[in-house]
Design a binder for this molecule. Structure first.
Ligand SMILES: C[S@@+](CC[C@H](N)C(=O)[O-])C[C@H]1O[C@@H](n2cnc3c(N)ncnc32)[C@H](O)[C@@H]1O
Length: 380
């Protein structure tokens, strides 16, 4: 059997996935963190480097949802061709029969049209290889696998990836409780970067819910790598995660800890719900950051001194509390904040209509299945 194996030091191709509309923000983040061969694409950003760069991406990136490493690309017009292509890759570095496996698939403009069939064929090829080599096979665990495999078939060509991140990177580990309609941590981080915040000016979220935006703002401003808050990543569950790799990730974690700034800018959150404030406080404590949280109505928002940023995600849809009247009052309060930048993640056009001023920037971003607009207003 001819196998394709990735050796240490070899340059690998990675794909960091991102929420739709945030790919540009993730590209900027990767460039700023000095990753190489960075290129934005639909649904994520490509980059390259040795395996350690993939590990570093899991530790440092705030906007990426997953970090995938490309193992092979091949023609897959039929189930047999797919099976053959997967069989040529040596999976022993990534999974052994004592560990579990899950395969996910996506396809587009291809002869193979059933994602479940693609996932099944891929899984069969991996476990048949294990049986031949080792006389035993991994079992499947769809909830918490030791190895996640992704196969994307586009125009009859398959790209086979392993997932370095394991659990989705939005699960930083600090959100012990949530309130209604919480933003994913990765989307909050993307919104903050897209808002143009300089990480120094004061920032307030006056409808902070579980506190995600203020917490992510503080972690970013103080350069706390999000992976420091997570117990372990996917690659730490692979058989090839040997002593050398363990030392590398320990060194990376120590270097990241050394970069953390003890002080940050003024960041605060408020909400009309006392329960939300309690949740936000607990989450901030779990994240190890000190923040100002208070109970207040957004319509009473006060100017910041010096003027800074308001970044918020007003309620909308079925969960809306307040409706048009809330939007009108909120917009009036925001228009009084001269010298401030107001950034709103809006799930309904009613929010921008209520603002009655032209946004300086408007970007479409997806909050899960919901198409939203991110509006930036420079208040004069
Ligand atoms: C979409 S949620 C924000 C979610 C938050 N970004 C998070 O990650 O948890 C909207 C929040 O607005 C709050 N809210 C509703 N009416 C308000 C008002 N008049 N003043 C302040 N907050 C209000 C709700 O209590 C809710 O927590």
């Amino acid at each position: 059997m001819r196998t394709e194996r990735k050796n240490r030091g070899e340059v690998m191709r990675f794909f960091a996935t991102a929420a739709k509309g945030t790919e540009g923000a993730l590209r900027d983040e990767l460039r700023e963190a000095r990753f190489r061969e960075v290129r934005a694409d639909r649904g994520g950003v490509h980059f390259e480097g040795p395996i350690e760069e993939g590990m570093r991406a899991c530790l440092e990136l705030r906007i990426a949802v997953r970090v995938l490493a490309l193992l092979a690309e091949f023609e897959a017009e039929t189930g047999e061709a797919l099976y053959e292509g997967v069989s040529r890759v040596d999976f022993s570095p990534y999974v052994d029969p004592q560990r579990t496996l899950a395969v996910r698939a996506a396809c587009k403009d291809s002869r193979l049209t059933h994602t479940q069939f693609i996932a099944q064929k891929t899984k069969d090829a991996i476990v048949d290889q294990q049986r031949k080599q080792l006389g035993a096979r991994s079992s499947v665990d769809l909830d918490d696998p030791d190895l996640g495999v992704f196969v994307h078939v586009v125009r009859d060509r398959a790209s086979l990836y392993v997932d370095l991140s394991g659990e989705s990177l939005h699960r930083r580990g600090y959100r012990k409780r949530i309130e209604e309609a919480p933003l994913k941590e990765t989307l909050a981080a993307a919104i903050l970067r897209l808002s143009g915040w300089d990480r120094q000016s004061p920032l307030v979220d006056p409808m902070c819910g579980s506190g995600t935006i203020p917490i992510e703002a503080t972690l970013w401003a103080r350069d706390v790598a999000p992976g420091l808050l997570r117990e372990r990543h996917g690659f730490e569950r692979w058989p090839n995660h040997d002593e050398t790799q363990k030392r590398r990730i320990t060194d990376m974690r120590e270097a990241a800890r050394a970069r953390v700034k003890s002080e940050g800018p003024f960041v605060a959150g408020s909400d009309v719900s006392p329960q939300a404030i309690e949740t936000a406080k607990q989450n901030a404590k779990a994240a190890g950051v000190r923040l100002h949280f208070s109970r207040a109505d957004v319509r009473d928002v006060e100017p910041l001194e010096p003027p800074g940023f308001i970044v918020t995600n007003p309620p909308y849809g079925e969960r809306l509390s307040g409706g048009e009247e809330l939007y009108r009052g909120m917009a009036e309060a925001f228009r009084r904040l001269s010298g401030h930048t107001v950034v709103l993640l809006a799930g309904t056009p009613e929010i921008s209509r209520a603002m009655r001023i032209r946004p300086s920037k408007e970007i479409t971003v997806w909050n899960g299945p919901i198409e939203c607009r991110l509006f930036s207003y420079s208040i004069r």
